[in-house]
Design a protein around this ligand. Structure first.
Ligand code: BES
Ligand code: ZN
Ligand code: ZN
Length: 486
């Protein structure tokens, strides 16, 4: 699929128009000559087009029209624009249109740059499909070209288009990784894929096998992967954007399947545990975006990839493990495995890669779904500046986060009498926060932000521009955040 900017509409292309649903004076960015046709289609609509509604009709010259409603005066509600546009594009596919030209709400708006980026993002995000394992992959020629009408061929607008395409492409890389079943995506194959991505986009990748991880004393990480026939891999990605600064550390949970280990999960909860590597997929997608957009930042991504499986040699509740940074950990539940892998991965990012701050991203607790649902990710930090950066970045991406509290009472939930720390908090008490406190114990006092994405990682239903399956959420926020950090 090609996405490009145009100032003229080709006669054979279908038109997609976003209109303010007040029904009176729709404003849209269409080239003269097309307006009358669109106006007449809207006028003949026997209902008031509401926010989020879209319909398909044929204009007077036989041209296909997709009319999508947005909120009255709702141009600042960019999430609603993304949703309407996503609906319209899916309608275009349903009607098997080959080419579509998007007429954005308005031409004169000073923020045309942001609107073009948003439109480009939405094209790739809403039309994403995961068909790798389907025998019938459908007709690939539908919607092979999307044009976006803009006011000039300025460099700024071209760059906005490119940014939108790259950010959504990289989000789709994340989605592909999450959607791939564990029979094919396991630590070794994940590492191979990252190596390929690094080669394609120009970031450096180093992979460590089990023996090398053992030499680096990563006993907490290795314990989790011990019972699997698929050996763990530590994957390190580096993007050096030019400055002499120490890198920002992005650490993603990379459990390629989580059975729960000996503290086995019930059948229903295990079903979607192929997605327990979403944190790593988010880091990988973000590294691709940083490299493709030639970020000026220095960033290191660390993923301790393993499979939490069951066998006679599995790690056991009651075990005491020594992590890479020397702290001992009492295992009280082998299903609280993500924090063990993060502990060693974070230590690696700090001690071997000299990260000066840590952002960890993980499908860490079911409790975050109970607290915040599946649209809002949980954030825990002791650094107000990091949270502020996240908050600003998430506005650009139209993604949602909510900060949860952290204090000594929560940290004490992880106290153990026989080891330095326990991997389990107290039943029913703030599971997301106690998990975050465990992770914090391995950050060595550096600025740190923790994102629990267990709720938002996976979509159970199709959403206007986020299809069922791996959602790809957080990649765009994380990219914007890294770009804004010093
Ligand atoms: N991978 C799960 C968390 C999860 C739950 C991700 C639902 C996606 C959807 C994690 O490893 C886990 O099992 N956490 C336990 C922790 C508990 C044992 C303290 C949980 O949330 O039940
Ligand atoms: Zn688990
Ligand atoms: Zn897990």
């Amino acid at each position: 699929m090609r996405i490009e900017l145009v100032q003229e509409v080709e006669a054979k292309s279908a038109l997609l128009v976003l209109i303010d649903g007040s029904g009176t004076t729709p404003k849209y960015n269409a080239p003269t000559g097309e307006n009358a046709q669109i106006d007449s289609a809207i006028e003949h609509t026997p209902f008031l087009l509401k926010n989020g509604e879209a319909f398909y009709t044929v204009g007077s010259k036989g041209q296909a029209l997709l009319v999508c409603g947005i909120k009255k005066n709702g141009l600042s509600d960019t999430e609603s624009i993304r949703r309407s546009l996503g609906k319209g594009l899916k309608l275009a596919r349903k009607h098997e249109l080959k080419e579509v030209t998007i007429c954005l709400p308005h031409k004169e708006d000073p923020d045309e740059i942001a609107m073009i980026q948003l439109a480009a993002e939405t094209c790739n995000l809403s039309l994403y499909e995961y068909k790798k394992y389907l025998s019938d992959k459908g007709n690939p020629s539908y919607l092979d070209r999307i044009s976006i009408v803009c006011s000039s061929n300025s460099k700024d607008l071209q760059e906005a288009l490119n940014r939108g395409i790259v950010l959504s492409d990289c989000t789709n890389i994340t989605r592909d990784l999450v959607n791939e079943p564990s029979i094919d995506l396991y630590p070794e194959t994940l590492a191979q894929k990252v190596q390929e991505l690094g080669k394609s986009f120009g970031f450096d990748v180093q992979v460590f096998d089990e023996k090398q991880c053992l030499e680096m004393n990563m006993h907490a990480f290795l314990a989790v992967g011990k019972a699997s026939t698929r050996a763990p891999r530590l994957i390190v990605m580096r993007w050096i954007g030019g400055s002499n600064m120490e890198p920002i550390g992005l650490v993603g949970k990379g459990v390629t399947y989580d059975t729960g280990g000996l503290s086995l999960k019930p059948t229903a909860s295990m079903l979607r545990m192929k997605s327990d590597m979403t944190g790593s997929a988010v880091v990988i997608g973000t590294m691709c975006a940083l490299a493709r957009l030639k970020s000026k930042k220095n960033v290191v991504g660390v993923v301790a990839a393993c499979e939490n499986s069951v066998a006679g040699n599995a790690f056991m509740p009651g075990d005491i493990l020594q992590s890479k940074n020397g702290k001992t950990i009492e295992i009280r539940n082998t299903d609280a495995e993500g924090r063990l892998t993060l502990a060693d991965a974070i230590c690696h990012a700090i001690r071997e890669e000299h990260a000066n701050k840590i952002i960890d991203i993980a499908t860490l607790t079911g409790a975050v779904k109970v607290a915040l649902g599946d649209q809002v990710a949980g954030a825990v930090t002791t650094d107000d500046n990091l949270y502020k950066s996240l908050s600003e970045a998430s506005t650009k991406a139209d993604e949602q986060f909510w900060q949860l509290p952290i204090n000594q009472d929560y940290r004490d939930l992880n106290n153990s009498e026989i080891a330095d720390i326990s991997n389990l908090g107290r039943d029913g008490l703030a599971g997301t926060i106690s998990a975050a406190c465990f992770v914090e114990a391995f950050t060595e006092g550096l600025p740190w932000l923790h994102l629990d994405i267990a709720g938002v990682a996976y979509n159970h239903n199709n959403h206007d521009y986020i299809p069922k399956g791996g959602s790809g959420r957080v990649v765009r926020s994380l990219y914007h955040m890294v770009e804004a950090l010093d």
